[in-house]
Design a protein around this ligand. Structure first.
Ligand code: MG
Length: 327
């Protein structure tokens, strides 16, 4: 088994409520020709160098960093997939049953804009292919958040808009902003309040919301099956990502729980290469929304995996295991 860190250069700096990045790092785990990836995100505070040092010890620690746990879990699935000729999606189907609908349409994300005219042009351009657009809000400037949504709505009148606040509003701002932004007909609003506010925060927000608000989703507040159950009465959907769940198996279990709780599912990813987004994409047929565009931000994506057709429909690679191959 071999581990290494790969530094991803971003095509342009990516700005969200948590901060701005120009590079990101991913952990690569490999065994013979089998390679998997798990991202490091600033939000979890896991240090790539420390993680690599832990993994190169003679004896692996019992409690692995999140990224290491995911990379190893995916490596097991990748090897079994090749041994059995089955994809990760076939594994998910063995647990979740056959999908009831095709994979949802593709989505592209936009980081917090700095130039609204350039942003409008980009939205107009990308919405020609992608019917779903995810806008990052929580800029710290409520006027900019509203302008971002207004500009996008006018540039792409027919697009489904997913608004992701990344916890950037406080309890006084969130109900007012949700009411205001409902005018632009968003398909959902994700993580309006900070995850530190806990279940009580979500309960309070739900009580303060106007009648018939847009669907409200939790992202940073959801890491486990137990989190989903605790929030089920206060949210309409959850964002599930492989890194948050820590393994493909845990992601499948969280999808099953979300369905039992009648919650919508948004399948997300981090900024990672096609090796990472393709692994996650195997769960797309069980999601209501997908946000699997992390590799589009990477200038040095060294894998080929998922793709999107001219209508923004997800195309899976059709190979065993993860199915991504070196570029
Ligand atoms: Mg999010």
């Amino acid at each position: 088994m071999h581990f290494e860190i790969k530094t991803l250069r971003l095509i342009e700096p990516f700005r969200i409520a948590h901060g701005t990045s120009a590079t990101r790092q991913v952990l690569r785990a490999s065994n013979a020709e089998f390679v998997t990836e798990a991202p490091f995100v600033p939000y979890y505070g896991e240090d790539p160098v420390q993680t690599l040092a832990l993994l190169t010890q003679a004896l692996l620690p019992e409690q692995l960093p999140r990224s290491a746990g995911l990379a190893l879990n995916l490596l097991r699935h990748e090897i079994i997939g090749h041994q059995t000729g089955r994809s990760l999606g076939a594994f998910a189907e063995s647990k979740l049953g056959p999908p009831v609908h095709p994979a949802p349409p593709g989505c592209r994300s936009f980081s917090i804009p700095t130039d609204l005219d350039a942003f409008a042009d980009k939205v107009r351009d990308i919405s020609q292919q992608f019917p779903v657009l995810k806008l990052k809000l929580g800029s710290g400037d409520l006027g900019l958040d509203i302008a971002t949504v207004s500009v996008a709505r006018h540039a792409a009148p027919d697009a489904k808009l997913l608004l992701d606040v990344n916890g950037g509003w406080d309890m006084a701002e969130a109900p007012l902003m949700i009411e205001k932004l409902a005018e632009y007909d968003p398909a959902l609003i994700e993580q309006p309040i900070h995850h530190r506010l806990g279940v009580e925060g979500w309960e309070e927000l739900r009580a303060l919301l106007p009648g018939n608000p847009p669907p409200i989703f939790a992202d940073e507040s959801i890491h486990t099956v137990e989190d989903i159950i605790a929030l089920a009465d206060f949210v309409d959907g959850v964002n599930i990502k492989l890194l948050k769940c820590g393994s493909l198996d845990a992601a499948v279990a969280m999808i099953a729980t979300a369905k039992e709780q009648s919650l919508q599912i948004l399948l997300g990813c981090m900024i990672e290469t096609s090796l990472g987004t393709t692994a996650a994409a195997h769960l797309a047929p069980w999601a209501d929304w997908i946000d699997l565009d992390g590799h589009f931000y990477v200038a040095n994506d060294d894998y080929i995996g998922i793709d999107y057709d001219t209508q923004g429909n997800l195309i899976m690679p059709g190979r065993p295991g993860i199915g991504a191959i070196p570029r």
